[in-house]
Write a protein of this length. Structure first.
Length: 215
């Protein structure tokens, strides 16, 4: 019985950080190393794995620390009409700053990378629909589902497994499609060429374990 439990544990860990072809370049890994103190600080506030936040960052802006968009490098989207977009972002920024007693109560995700990490980490936490940590491992299903939630949990996908944002893996034979609205307000399905956030999360797990990134 103990052997069966051990094998089940090995299988779960493998599913969370399993193998596959790598996507991250040397420049990407250098960016992760540079950003890691901020990832770790933000995720310590919400008790989530920093590699999950880094993976979302990759998907949203390719590890950029500063972007012109109001939503910052994690492309914060608080919903609402175009007219309300900026107001909703400012409201969420102030709410998160108060909730975590951030030193700058008027911080903006577009201007303060550490604060952007905190707001994104909080959003991931809100989207979790289960316990992230087991006895000895991270529950990959919960992490992946939270990433899907971060992206809005579109009803066009039945689960995170069908979401290109989360689970696209073209280099390893899984190429999913995403829905876009063109300028004529017509829905189009486009094959996504980028790896999903959960695929990048798994790669970061391997890279940390394998020594490409310091533990």
């Amino acid at each position: 019985m103990r052997a069966q439990h051990f094998l089940a544990l090995v299988a779960l860990v493998a599913s969370s950080c399993g193998g596959g072809k790598n996507y991250l370049s040397a420049a990407d890994l250098a960016a992760v190393a540079n950003n890691r103190p901020d990832y770790e600080w933000a995720c310590a506030q919400v008790n989530l794995p920093w590699k999950a936040l880094a993976a979302v960052h990759y998907r949203e802006s390719g590890f950029l620390r500063r972007v012109k968009a109001l939503g910052g490098p994690f492309m914060l989207d608080c919903g609402g009409s175009r007219q309300d977009f900026a107001t909703n972002i400012r409201t969420e920024e102030r709410r998160v700053a108060r909730l975590y007693c951030y030193p700058d109560p008027h911080g903006k995700v577009r201007d303060d990378f550490r604060f952007a990490c905190l707001v994104a980490a909080h959003e991931l936490l809100v989207k979790c629909r289960g316990e992230v940590y087991g006895w000895f491992w991270v529950n990959g299903n919960v992490v992946a589902d939270a990433m899907w939630g971060y992206n809005g949990r579109t009803t066009m996908c039945t689960s995170w497994r069908k979401s290109a944002y989360v689970n696209n893996d073209p280099a390893n034979g899984r190429s999913l499609t995403v829905c876009w609205w063109n300028d004529e307000n017509t829905m189009m399905w486009v094959r996504d060429t980028r790896p999903g956030a959960y695929i990048i999360y798994r790669e970061l797990c391997r890279r940390v374990r394998g020594g490409s990134i310091k533990p």
